[in-house]
Design a binder for this molecule. Structure first.
Ligand code: ZN
Length: 482
């Protein structure tokens, strides 16, 4: 009988291979290779398939090459403990769970399968790929060494049994979550990233991946915390965290990323950043950030301290339901670009920040007269600060406005109201234009003068001309004079 002893003291009772003390599953690869050469791969594969067929789902201390489980349906949890496997592929299968404990694997792939839970702990895995997998419980990868971790098109589906589970408050918190925590040596974590290399590997194993079937990743909460990334000089800067097409709450905690964190095309509910340091850039693109009132009170004030980005922050084509969050994200982006010395882009964020600020004012809960005053304030701000020069970020705008108003708008107004008199009896359009320029620049030669309503128009124009000139000088000087 095979001499492998399980942790609980029981012996493996399978028939040992000829010339060895161990069964095909437990015989170490090296020993098998010296005894049987390349043939040992086939022997091990067959032996594993047989065990699976007779209903065994708990594997402890096994040493295997490729384990490909296809079209397998079981009410049991598939467990690998203290095991060594080169490639573990679960394809088109439905199991209650997949548990890997204290095991060493090169690659783990789950593909087009459905599980209740995936639980990985104390293991060492080079590439962990959870692709198109439906889960009704949780996915937890904890206290393990994982180099490349990828989760694509994987969604949480509420199961019918959920109400029963909810009885335990402890499980309730976990249900629907994807938790990646306590991982070491990580080079890349990708949610919905492309995988050309893996696609070729899967093809070799007879799994054809067509890109059209890609879906978003959905979970109640995606928790990524206490990750220690590979800091060897060669990989340090390439360390990345990418979240794309993700739908759910995002919780990042205790991370120090040397490369970028990138969030794309996602719908994030109340994202939390707790002690997150990014040495390169933080990029948030085409995403919708939805927050609730508790988030505004607890997370928002701490965000500038908890989220530290050494490089740039890019917030591009994003939407927010909360203008205060919008304002803060744009402000963080602006200050990062100011620090980096790019005033042009910093100005763009400043403008967006001001727009968000205006939205905040409009959303305030004041009532009655206070509300009216509030609206008026916003109106004035729009007129004088935004329309004239985009909050001091656009110096061309006051010039263009000045030229258009003085050369076209006011002359036409004077002409239509026939409110200018001068030395020559009949006035042509150029005379009106001349009068308009003289008024706007407050030259006041006196060869033409306004009458009737023209006096009011001329007064407005004089104020306008002076004001816009001042605006232009200020904005221009701010931009080009150092
Ligand atoms: Zn055995």
């Amino acid at each position: 009988m095979c001499e492998y002893t399980y942790e609980n003291g029981k012996k493996c009772r399978l028939k040992p291979l000829e010339g060895s003390k161990f069964c095909p599953l437990h015989i170490p690869r090296e020993e098998g290779e010296t005894l049987y050469g390349e043939k040992i791969r086939e022997i091990k594969e067959k032996a594993f398939e047989k065990r699976l067929k007779v209903g065994q789902s708990y594997f402890e201390g096994v040493d295997l090459y490729d384990v490909k489980i296809t079209g397998y349906t079981s009410e049991k949890v598939l467990v690998f403990k203290n095991s060594k496997i080169t490639n573990l592929i679960l394809d088109g299968s439905s199991v209650k769970g997949l548990i890997l404990i204290n095991s060493k694997l090169e690659r783990v792939v789950t593909f087009e399968s459905s599980v209740e839970t995936i639980f990985i702990k104390g293991s060492s895995i080079f590439g962990l790929n959870i692709l198109r997998t439906e889960f009704s419980g949780h996915i937890t990868v904890r206290d393990s060494e994982v180099r490349y971790l990828m989760i694509n098109s994987t969604q949480y589906r509420k199961s019918d049994k959920e109400s029963e589970e909810k009885a335990y408050s402890e499980t309730e918190k976990v249900i629907g979550n994807i938790e990646l925590s306590g991982l070491t040596g990580v080079r890349k974590i990708g949610i919905n990233t492309k995988y050309p290399l893996l696609r070729d590997i899967l093809k070799e194993h007879g799994i054809d991946v067509s890109e059209r079937k890609e879906k978003s990743v959905r979970a109640e909460t995606l928790i990524i915390k206490d990750i220690s990334f590979d800091i060897s000089p060669r990989y340090k800067r390439r360390v990345r965290l990418t979240v794309a097409d993700f739908y759910g709450r995002l919780h990042l905690e205790n991370l120090e990323v040397f490369g970028h964190i990138e969030i794309r095309r996602s719908r994030l509910f109340s994202p939390e950043f707790i002690h997150v340091r990014i040495e390169s850039n933080l990029i948030i693109k085409k995403s919708f950030i939805v927050t609730d009132s508790t988030w505004s009170i607890t997370v928002l004030p701490n965000l500038p301290i908890e989220l530290e980005v050494k490089g740039f922050i890019i917030v591009d084509e994003c939407q927010f339901n909360n203008p205060q969050a919008e304002k803060l994200f744009y402000r963080l982006a602006r200050t990062s670009w100011e620090k980096g010395g790019d005033r042009e882009i910093a100005d763009r964020y400043y403008y967006l920040e001001m727009l968000a600020e205006r939205k905040t004012k409009l959303k305030s809960r004041r009532k009655g007269l206070k509300k009216l005053l509030n609206w008026m304030e916003v109106g004035f701000e729009w007129l004088f600060a935004d329309l004239t020069c985009k909050y001091g970020t656009d110096w061309k705008r006051p010039i263009l406005l000045w030229l258009a108003a003085v050369n076209v708008f006011f002359p036409i107004l004077f002409l239509l109201t026939a409110s200018v008199e001068g030395i020559s009896g009949q006035l042509g359009f150029l005379d009106y234009e001349y009068f308009s320029i003289v008024t706007a620049t407050t030259l006041g030669y006196g060869d033409y003068h306004p009458i009737g309503v023209g006096r009011a128009i001329a007064s407005v124009e004089a104020l306008f001309g002076m004001f816009m000139w001042a605006v232009f000088l200020t904005v221009f000087a701010r931009k080009y004079m150092r």
